[in-house]
Ligand binder design. Structure first.
Ligand code: LMR
Length: 325
């Protein structure tokens, strides 16, 4: 596995190394890839990992070389990208990141196992993921996904707080589309266990204008709100979402529950254009995801799903011009 030691990775390493993601009996080798000037910092992270004395952690390999960083990986978590600051949209980072994710995709193609599961976190995550997958043509497109689990968790939590129940009493929210301010957090199919009684999120919340208004904008803008408050982008919650996402790929989703992740769109039943990394509701079994089909989509949802798709088409087309440049 491979990470870069930005703040997210620093929060993530401990959970992975202690077995929260790949299982309590799965020995772990961590390969930490970063740019050369960061190698002294990586040494400090390696020391800390050693000092945790975690029995599953068999080896930590810090490196600035892609041929070492991507060699024989089973799972790759691509966290590093040009980070966004206050007032910047994620897509503004596109040009710098196309170059980064092209290089990483090519390295995956050359050095990783063909079965590698690749999770792209660095923003703009969907389009970076698309570029990485296009740069690794011999690895199946289904092996690539990008993180919208953070948005999914945010949506779940917002509804839970509103109803006054723990977050695990809310399930089957959906994030459609881009991990950006156009994403569509959809609770039309969400179920709430409201103090022992299962009901729709709309019934449990009992405030349609909030669910169709402030709830959506809060989730869409949450990353920016965290940056504004912390002067740094989310790290702890992003690391938690990465763990949730990868653990579900490895071990599957619970019966009757779906999660959101950005995956390659091809021939889906929701009219989402092909050749995008678009966030859908998925169920996972045997390390294979399947889009949850047949959910009714009303006009309100349709408009929002199309809006975020249009942004992704635009990002993709811009990215492809950078890729060709
Ligand atoms: C987030 O959603 O918190 C991250 O993607 C950071 C950002 O740029 O918003």
């Amino acid at each position: 596995m491979l990470l870069t030691p930005v703040a997210i990775a620093y929060s993530l390493l401990y959970s992975i190394a202690k077995g929260d993601v790949f299982g309590k009996d799965q020995p772990i080798i961590l390969v930490l890839l970063d740019i050369t000037p960061m190698l002294p910092v990586l040494d400090g992270v390696v020391m800390e990992l050693q000092d945790c004395a975690l029995p599953l952690l068999r080896e930590v390999i810090p490196t600035d070389k892609v041929e070492v960083g991507f060699k024989d990986l089973d799972a790759a978590i691509l966290v590093g990208s040009m980070p966004r600051k206050e007032g910047v949209e994620r897509k503004d980072l596109l040009k710098a990141n196309v170059a980064i994710f092209k290089t990483q995709g090519e390295a995956l193609e050359k050095y990783a196992k063909k079965t590698v599961k690749v999770l792209v976190v660095g923003n703009p995550a969907n389009t970076n993921c698309l570029i990485a997958s296009k740069s690794a043509p011999s690895i199946p497109k289904e092996n690539f996904s990008c993180l919208t689990r953070l948005d999914h968790n945010r949506a779940r939590s917002q509804v839970a707080m509103r109803v006054g129940v723990p977050s695990d009493c809310v399930k089957n929210v959906i994030i459609w589309g881009n991990h950006s301010s156009t994403q569509y957090p959809d609770v039309h199919h969400a179920i709430v266990n409201n103090h022992g009684k299962e009901m729709s999120a709309f019934d449990a919340v009992n405030d349609e204008s909030w669910l169709k208004g402030d709830f959506i904008t809060t989730v869409q803008q949450r990353g920016a709100a965290v940056i504004k408050a912390r002067k740094l982008s989310s790290a702890m919650s992003a690391a938690k979402a990465i763990c949730d996402h990868m653990r579900d790929i490895w071990f599957g989703t619970p019966d009757g529950e779906w999660v959101s992740m950005g995956i390659y769109s091809t021939g889906n039943s929701y009219g989402v254009p092909n050749d995008l990394m678009y966030s859908f509701p998925v169920m996972i079994k045997n390390k294979t995801w399947k889009v949850v089909d047949g959910l009714a989509i009303n006009d309100f949802s349709r408009g929002k799903m199309d809006g975020t798709a249009a942004e992704l088409v635009d990002e993709r087309d811009t990215a492809l011009t950078f890729l060709g440049a």
